[in-house]
Structures are given as structure tokens and as C-alpha cells.
Design a protein around this ligand. Structure first.
Ligand code: ATP
Ligand code: NI
Length: 313
């Protein structure tokens, strides 16, 4: 499989008053065509910022360096006009909050049709016809009537499916979804999983970047897993290996903190993003840490997976 997106040495800093928040700290990862990559890690580790930098949706006070190569173009150096064409057409962003991401005063059908009119140059009539098909495909019934309704007439789950319909309407090559199971109860979560399984089976088979701290959700969908800690990716493993045998001590601790694995809390405090620890960012909390860990570990390969930890040197 070819790489669809390659991120090289990405750094993202926010300048707030006189301090620098180091949200992404030298990340290099790639996503293959048709692959589902799940990005997991604790709150504040930089997952959303990484996702938003791919679409260049970060605020003004941001310093960003590195490369994000998509279709042989470095997105970080594209003019905003080019970027606008990619956003919403080739790369879709399914936002975290379905309730604030739909416009309350516009009919849902129109909102779904809009990006097809804009990016695929469909006529209004054709776009609305395709919208009805899409709503039906994602289980919003009866689609023709639902297309004429406003967001407040939808349930939470329907709003989320409408956002996914909107995001996938232009047949993007890459879909980035941020916390798609946030605030969703266990029963409805099954539906969200089915929704993404449906997208994965789709003829066009887009690549998916799923940002989540819902590990059972990641387990159901991931082909590979990338673990973030303190602005860095510390492990990239094939999903079937990861959930059986996570490599990084932080990955192990993360899995052991799940209710199904004994709910063992991770010792110590979350790291500062302003003054992150030297060397391995996890070393102050790691039971295996040695002198060596004061120097930043590179990635080591282990059975075809990658881990930033001297235990695998
Ligand atoms: N616009 C901003 N200005 C300043 N700091 C920011 C901004 N956006 C994010 N941050 C900081 O960057 C760091 C990474 O945030 P990010 O939202 O990527 O975390 P996350 O891993 O997505 O967490 P969560 O799981 O809670 O969504 C955090 O310390 C956050 O406070
Ligand atoms: Ni986030």
C-alpha cells in the first residue's frame, strides 16, 4: 500500500503571553491508502492539534514547522486558496461536537449538499438528490423528508451521522474524525463503530485518522495504532500486535488503566507542555527508567513495529 499522507518532523507551538506551549514535539508518521490509523493518548497530549495542523485549521498564535505531504504536496507551504480546495474535498474533518457544528438555521439537506455544490460543481438539484442518497446510506430515514428538516429536529446520533454524510459527500481520500464517540453512550457507540466500518468497506475506501481516547473503540477499527504522549508519538504498531503486546511502557500503562484490564491508574502527573521533561518524556513516570532515558530515545524497530524506548535498543 502506498502512503497517502506523510508527516515529517512536525512541531507545533502556541505562543500564549510569554510562554510557549509545545503541543506537538517532532512527530513523524504516515497513513497509507485505505488504512485506518487510530491516534490515542491521554488528554492534552496533542492529538487534536496534530489533526488540525493537517488541515491548517490552527489559530494565528501558532508556530508550525516540518512537512505534511499529501499527494506529493507539502500542505504547510500551500497558498490558503489551494488549501481551501483540499479541505472539504480531499481531506474531510468530522468535528468533535455534532451539536455546534451544524448551522441551526439551515436545513440539514442543504448543509450536506453545500460542499458538493462548491467542490464537485454539482447543480443544486443533483447535489440535493445525492444528499438524499447519502442520508439514506447513513441511516437517516426517511431521507427525503429528513433532508428538509433543521438540526434541532434530529436526535444527537442523527446529527452526528449527518456530519459524517457531510464529511464524506465529496468522496475524500482522507477522513479525520476527532473523538467520534465522545459523550456517546455504550449502545449508541455500537452504531458509531458500524458507521465507520461502513465507510471502511466503501468502494472508494478512504484512509481514516481516528483521534480518540476511547481505546475499545480504537480496537474495533484500527489497522495501526499511534500512541501520543506529551506531544510526541512514542509507538506505532499494527493493531493486532498492539492490543496483545503493547511495546512502550506508557502504552502498557495506558492499556492497564482500562476498566476491563484492572483499572490501574498511571502513576505520577501528566507532563507540562511548557517545560516538558528532558529526554524520554515519560521517564519521570516510568518504572524501567535509567540514566540513558535522560537522552531522547530515537525510534527502534521491533517486529515491524516502532517504539521510542531504550528497552528495544
Ligand atoms: N489554541 C491553543 N492555544 C494554546 N494552547 C493550546 C491551543 N490548543 C491546544 N492547546 C494546548 O495544546 C496541548 C495539546 O492539546 P490537544 O487539544 O491537541 O490535546 P488532545 O490530545 O487532543 O486532548 P483531548 O484528548 O483532551 O482532546 C494542550 O496542552 C492544550 O492546552
Ligand atoms: Ni483532542
Amino acid at each position: 500500500m502506498n502512503d497517502l499522507l506523510v508527516i515529517k518532523n512536525l512541531y507545533v507551538n502556541f505562543l500564549v503571553d510569554d510562554v510557549k506551549v509545545k503541543a506537538v514535539n517532532g512527530v513523524s508518521i504516515s497513513i497509507k491508502e485505505g488504512e485506518t490509523l487510530c491516534l490515542i493518548g491521554e488528554s492534552g497530549s496533542g492529538k487534536s492539534v496534530l489533526g488540525l495542523s493537517i488541515l491548517r485549521l490552527l489559530p494565528e498564535n501558532t508556530e508550525i514547522s516540518g512537512e505534511i505531504i499529501f499527494n506529493e504536496k507539502n500542505l504547510l507551504s500551500l497558498p490558503e486558496k489551494e488549501m481551501r480546495k483540499i479541505r472539504g474535498k480531499e481531506i474531510a474533518w468530522v468535528p468533535q461536537s455534532p451539536s455546534t457544528s451544524l448551522n441551526p438555521v439551515l436545513k440539514v439537506g442543504y448543509q450536506v449538499a453545500e460542499s458538493m455544490i462548491l467542490h464537485l460543481k454539482l447543480s443544486k438539484k443533483d447535489a440535493l438528490e445525492r444528499t438524499v442518497e447519502l442520508l439514506d446510506y447513513f441511516g437517516i430515514y426517511p431521507a427525503r423528508r429528513r433532508a428538509e428538516e433543521y438540526p434541532h429536529q434530529y436526535s444527537g446520533g442523527m446529527r452526528q451521522r449527518a456530519l459524517v454524510a457531510m464529511g464524506t459527500s465529496t468522496k475524500p481520500k482522507l477522513i479525520i474524525a476527532d473523538e467520534p464517540t465522545k459523550g456517546v453512550d455504550v449502545i449508541k457507540k455500537v452504531r458509531v463503530v458500524k458507521l465507520f466500518e461502513k465507510i471502511k468497506r466503501d468502494n472508494d475506501k478512504p484512509s481514516l485518522l481516528l483521534i480518540t481516547h476511547d481505546i475499545p473503540f480504537a480496537k474495533k477499527l484500527a489497522d495501526r495504532v499511534a500512541v501520543m504522549y506529551c506531544g510526541q508519538v512514542v509507538e506505532i504498531s499494527k493493531a493486532k500486535d498492539f492490543f496483545k503486546n503493547p511495546l512502550h511502557p506508557y502504552s502498557k500503562a495506558l492499556l492497564e488503566s482500562l476498566p476491563s484490564n484492572g483499572l490501574k491508574p498511571i502513576k505520577g502527573n501528566s507532563p507540562s507542555m511548557i517545560n516538558p521533561p528532558k529526554g524520554c518524556k515519560f521517564h519521570p513516570r516510568c518504572e524501567f527508567a535509567t540514566e540513558k532515558c535522560l537522552k531522547e530515545p530515537p525510534f527502534f524497530e521491533h517486529d515491524g513495529n516502532f517504539v521510542r524506548c531504550y528497552l528495544y535498543d
